[in-house]
Ligand binder design. Structure first.
Ligand code: COA
Length: 390
């Protein structure tokens, strides 16, 4: 039985900052951000968007009534969760009106959470072939104003429906995963910003890629030439390229050219959104399959997932016949073209807005937020959500 990705939804907030302008205001050369880091625009979440609403908006665009009935497992991958106890997925389950006979959990392992969700979903579908699983990867990446990590912030979510006989990509059985205790990136529960040893995280990312790739080749008998493209977790778009370059010489001239060209296409959305942590790898996959319109059916795509701390995994999927008919290219083009630029001072002001932590009531103005699902306020330490289209 084939199991894999049946649908992919995506949402990013309607505001962005231009990285050239951010660079000028931080006194660095714009090329450092646009070439050295590889980012053009950074999504800015207004206070009316949080990881719950981002995920719910991403799922809303792809789920039909049949999906809502068949989904009996929601797995919410995030590292910017809003509650240490209650799963963010339970709010999404309600906002989307999903079948109540469902399991809902939140998964945490830095940027690896959604990949863990996909692998769990695969096992669930193998046991329950008629079920569908909704896997969410939703995050707001915050390092702080004027920090080295600032240029690698972002916000957004992907929503993946995992099912039997998937329309977009069948996941292959071989996968290699690796864990080692490393302090390259962490966020203690008392901090709303991440701590990061940027250079160490770059090194470990490449080292983990090398370990899982070598093991994968031995286990699967496949080699670089067997891949049409490899998508990477992209904290910033230069990162995956650094890893890809370490293996390029294993391929034929054709393969090298193809992999570099497809890598570039696979970074298109990420370059304009920034880091969305758990969703970044899948945003890269989406960028590739939506932006390369001659990507052949049955192509094999490699996927490298990395979650600081750290867990890495390399796995693969095969694009299914007519997969393009199941994409939402037009909607995503509209999402990007409808975004509004904010100035650096406006971004800084939004960045510093916070919700009350003393139980007081606040009502947020959701009229300026075009998203269907918004955070409308807080009352008695409870977040209040609105689905404008329900
Ligand atoms: N033109 C072109 N490139 C330029 C440049 C210019 N004017 N100025 C600098 N650069 C390049 C540097 O050479 C470097 O390229 P390289 O990585 O290929 O060597 C790149 O821009 C970044 O410069 P660097 O000085 O290393 O940046 P930094 O110390 O300010 O921080 C990160 C970069 C990625 C470490 C930092 O943004 C960070 O900590 N990010 C969060 C953690 C993260 O994303 N980790 C990834 C693994 S999950």
């Amino acid at each position: 039985m084939k199991i894999g990705i049946d649908k992919i939804g995506f949402y990013a907030p309607h505001l962005f900052v231009d990285m050239n302008k951010l660079a000028v205001s931080r006194n660095v050369e714009p090329e450092k951000f646009t070439i050295g880091i590889g980012q053009e625009k950074m999504s800015i979440p207004p206070i009316t968007q949080d990881p719950v609403t981002l995920a719910a908006n991403a799922a809303l665009e792809v789920l039909d009534e049949k999906d809502k009935e068949a989904i009996d497992f929601v797995i919410f991958g995030t590292e910017s969760g809003i509650d240490s106890s209650k799963s963010a997925g339970v709010y999404v389950h309600d906002l989307l009106g999903l079948n109540p006979y469902a399991r809902v959990i939140e998964v945490k392992q830095a940027c690896y959470g959604a990949t863990a969700g996909i692998q769990m979903a695969k096992g669930h579908i193998a046991l329950n072939p008629k079920s569908k699983v909704l896997v969410l990867g939703s995050d707001i990446a915050r390092y702080g104003l004027d920090t080295p990590g600032e240029a690698t912030q972002g916000a957004g979510a992907v929503a993946l429906v995992i099912s039997a006989d998937p329309n977009i990509m069948a996941l292959e059985d071989q996968s290699v995963y690796f864990t080692s205790d490393i302090m390259d990136f962490w966020r203690p529960v008392y901090s709303d910003k991440a701590f990061v040893d940027g250079k160490l995280s770059n090194e470990q990312y490449i080292s983990f890629f090398s370990k899982v790739w070598e093991q994968y080749k031995t286990k699967s008998g496949l080699e670089l030439n067997d891949f049409e493209a490899i998508c990477f977790h992209l904290p910033y778009t230069k990162m995956g390229l650094k890893a890809l370059k370490t293996v390029l010489d294993e391929g034929s001239e054709d393969a090298k050219e193809r992999l570099v060209a497809n890598y570039k296409i696979s970074t298109g959305y990420n370059r304009n959104v920034g880091n969305i942590y758990t969703g970044s790898l899948y945003l890269s996959l989406l960028s590739l399959i939506e932006q390369k319109d001659d990507l052949a059916e049955r192509s094999r795509i490699g996927l490298f997932s990395y979650g600081s701390g750290a867990v890495g995994e390399f796995f693969t999927g095969i694009l299914q016949p007519n997969y393009r008919e199941h994409l939402y290219v037009g909607k995503h083009n509209n999402l990007f073209s409808a975004r509004k630029e904010v100035t650096v001072p406006e971004y800084e002001e939004i960045f510093q807005q916070t919700l009350p932590t003393d139980g007081s009531t606040v009502n947020l103005d959701i009229n300026n937020d075009p998203a269907s699902i918004c955070l409308s306020g807080m009352d008695d330490n409870k977040r209040q959500y609105v689905n404008k289209v329900k």
